[in-house]
Design a protein around this ligand. Structure first.
Ligand code: NAD
Length: 305
């Protein structure tokens, strides 16, 4: 514990983010905006270049909307660098956030490499993999936990902090402090499948899909019922379209294995994924999507049997 206080989170402001996809670039953007020196690591050269371009657009937009002055944007931009690998980075950053694809073996390998940098805090942005499972093979699992951000990271206030079986209380406290610095509002949850957000969100989404199949109402009215009747900002079917039906199906299968048939994927969800109707990203889900915007009802004929 002595070592901890000598090198706790906050002794450096360096934040390493591994993976510059949807989530990693969002985390990097927020961390740089919060004053961290950010090192964004991406193995795919094209994805790295795309992330740099997208970050530039985000800073330009912030200036255009008057949220940052041009000087502030330039200073924030200067705090962020992109790297092809972890090996060349200096040791002992304050935090490493892993945001590579949702594959346990890949994540474990990245986390082992990241741990070699001896960060004060090591976090995974996994949305469904057990933190205990990801900690296998780590020399210091007490410094590791889940840092589950939401998409888009700059707009979503929640940080779900997932405490693994070996996570030390100091690590959880450091993650709560980090959340505050990043302007996020944290919840601290135990490492059980689906954590808090996916377990509840998917339960609601699956029931809404069963209601479509049962003919209770059409998707727009089921969503409207939750938006107007329960003050949800977006209905469960539209949210399923935004997240991706394939992503939700994968999580439902994981949760069914953990909790039983109450999470069994509805046949309608299976049929829609098999038909390539994945929601906004494919242009068709429970709604029709044009240029990323909801554009009317989708035709579910032949699917909702
Ligand atoms: P993504 O596919 O958009 O990005 C992942 C990036 O990691 C890719 O650019 C890939 O090239 C890169 N990568 C792969 N191996 C790497 C390595 N060894 N080193 C460095 N970079 C590497 O994925 P995403 O949607 O950003 O998701 C990342 C994580 O965040 C996943 O665990 C996912 O479950 C979780 N998550 C996603 C969302 C979401 O809405 N997309 C929300 C919350 C959590």
């Amino acid at each position: 514990m002595t070592e901890w206080s000598e090198r706790g989170a906050g002794t450096s402001d360096r934040c390493v983010v591994v993976g510059a996809g949807t989530m990693g670039l969002g985390i990097a953007y927020v961390a740089a905006g919060a004053g961290h020196t950010v090192e964004l690591v991406e193995v795919d050269r094209d994805r790295g270049a795309a992330a740099v371009a997208r970050l530039g657009e985000l800073w330009d937009r912030a200036v255009g909307r008057g949220r940052l002055t041009a000087d502030e944007a330039a200073a924030t931009r200067a705090r962020l660098t992109v790297h092809a690998g972890l090996a060349a980075l200096a040791p002992e950053p304050a935090v490493v956030v892993e945001a590579v694809p949702e594959r346990p073996e890949l994540k474990r390998a990245v986390l082992r490499d990241a741990e070699a940098l001896r960060p004060a805090l090591l976090g995974s942005n996994t949305s469904s993999i057990s933190i205990g499972e990801l900690a296998e093979g780590l020399a210091r699992p007490e410094r590791f936990l889940g840092l589950h951000f939401f998409n888009p990271v700059w707009a979503m206030p929640l940080l779900e902090i997932v405490v693994g079986p070996a996570t030390a209380p100091e690590t959880t406290a450091a993650a709560v402090t980090l959340a505050g610095r990043l302007g996020k509002d944290p919840v601290v949850v135990r490492d059980l499948p689906g954590f808090a957000t996916s377990r509840l969100g998917v339960a609601l989404g699956l029931e809404a899909i069963r209601m479509v199949a049962d003919g209770v109402a059409d998707p727009a009215d089921i969503d409207k019922a939750m938006v107007l009747g329960y003050r949800h900002p977006v209905g469960p079917l539209e949210l399923t379209d935004l997240v991706g039906l394939d992503v939700r199906l994968d999580i439902a299968r994981t949760l069914r294995a953990a909790y039983g048939d109450r999470f069994a994927p509805p046949p309608l969800l299976e049929a829609m994924v098999a038909a390539g109707r994945l929601g906004r990203k494919s242009g068709q889900g429970f709604y029709h999507w044009v240029d990323g915007k909801r554009a009317g009802a989708a035709d579910l004929t032949g699917l909702a049997s």
